[in-house]
Ligand binder design. Sequence first.
Ligand code: IMP
Ligand code: MG
Length: 175
Amino acid sequence: MTEPAIERVLFTEEQIEARIREVAAEISTKYTGRELKLIGVMKGAIFFLTALARHLTIPVKIDLLAISAFGKGAPGVVRIAKDLDDTIEGEDVLLVEDIVDTGLTTRYLLQALSARNPRSLGLCTLLDRTIRRLIQVRVDFRCFEIPDRFVVGFGLDYKQLYRNLGYIAVMKHDT
Ligand code: IMP
Ligand code: MG
């Protein structure tokens, strides 16, 4: 069932689905009576964003952005490679991420988005690895806290592979 490069499954498809439903309910409650714009960070967050969006009971709009890293020598230094299609001024915005690790990428994105004057700006992440945090970021909604191991699946990649796995798994050390 699992790939050879996988050491163990952390969260099964069923566990992920159940947790996403819970978080979607929390979000729907918090934004009751409002319209929410979900902003997904490509490519990793797309799987989470679509699963989450299907369970929201409030009116939802979706936009996407892509970032690219400047290189290995400059961790956390990213730029927007594909920008949003529309403005977010005056809107309730929720940034949707696959994982918040050091927090560097997230902080950059939150600053860039907040400069566009949304009505509110929140953060929702599928995975949170707080043990590796270098910069404090306020995570408003998260599905799972994870240990200090590299994970793949449900959008997360290793060299662009394994995004399509339905589960989330720890990679073997030697890969
Ligand atoms: P940051 O360290 O919080 O800036 O995270 C940077 C990016 O690294 C994330 O958005 C992910 O794309 C990627 N990343 C961090 N940890 C993992 C992991 O365990 N598996 C796959 N990608 C990861
Ligand atoms: Mg990646």
